[in-house]
Design a protein around this ligand. Structure first.
Ligand SMILES: [Zn+2]
Length: 162
């Protein structure tokens, strides 16, 4: 998995591409699949019931995560459908960037679950090289911001000129 900062930058890039107003929800969706799996680390600090938490790993599967977002979307005070879409937009960025990574022993993302149990990966980056993906996403994000600003300014100039 890329580090969370890379996931956040890629989520931010997608939120900007799709002009999402509530970017924070997209960013939450971009890191939630990893955070939920890592929740068991809380037992290092506070005692929690000693049960099997491996079921949380299922939340790192796109289809299961989608079902999960259907359940948690009412917790947000925004439109239900938009919240589900924004969370899953972030999650799509998460799962696709996870699918770019190389793995020593198998691995990847179950992109087509429940239609297929196969793991998919493009094997482009080692996990420790994922910062390159973050830098690329940051450059693209900056370019989109500049393009949008230029487009907005040229529209404003046209309105004033006409
Ligand atoms: Zn992940």
């Amino acid at each position: 998995m890329p580090e969370w900062l890379t996931h956040v930058i890629i989520g931010l890039l997608l939120a900007e591409v799709f002009s999402v107003r509530k970017k924070s929800i997209v960013l939450l969706g971009a890191i939630l699949p990893d955070i939920l799996v890592k929740l068991t680390l809380i037992k290092l600090f506070i005692p929690i019931p000693n049960i099997d938490y491996s079921v949380l790993g299922a939340l790192h599967v796109p289809f299961v995560f989608f079902l999960f977002t259907l359940l948690i979307a009412p917790l947000f005070r925004y439109n239900y459908v938009q919240t589900v879409l924004w969370l899953n937009l972030g999650a799509v960025s998460h799962f696709l960037s996870d699918a770019l990574l190389r793995h020593v022993t198998g691995g990847g993302v179950r992109l087509l679950y429940p239609l297929s149990l196969d793991y998919y990966t493009l094997s482009l980056f080692w996990p420790e090289q994922s910062y390159l993906l973050g830098i690329l996403a940051l450059v693209l994000y900056g370019m989109i911001i500049i393009l949008k600003k230029y487009k907005y300014q040229s529209k404003a100039f046209t309105r004033v000129g006409s």
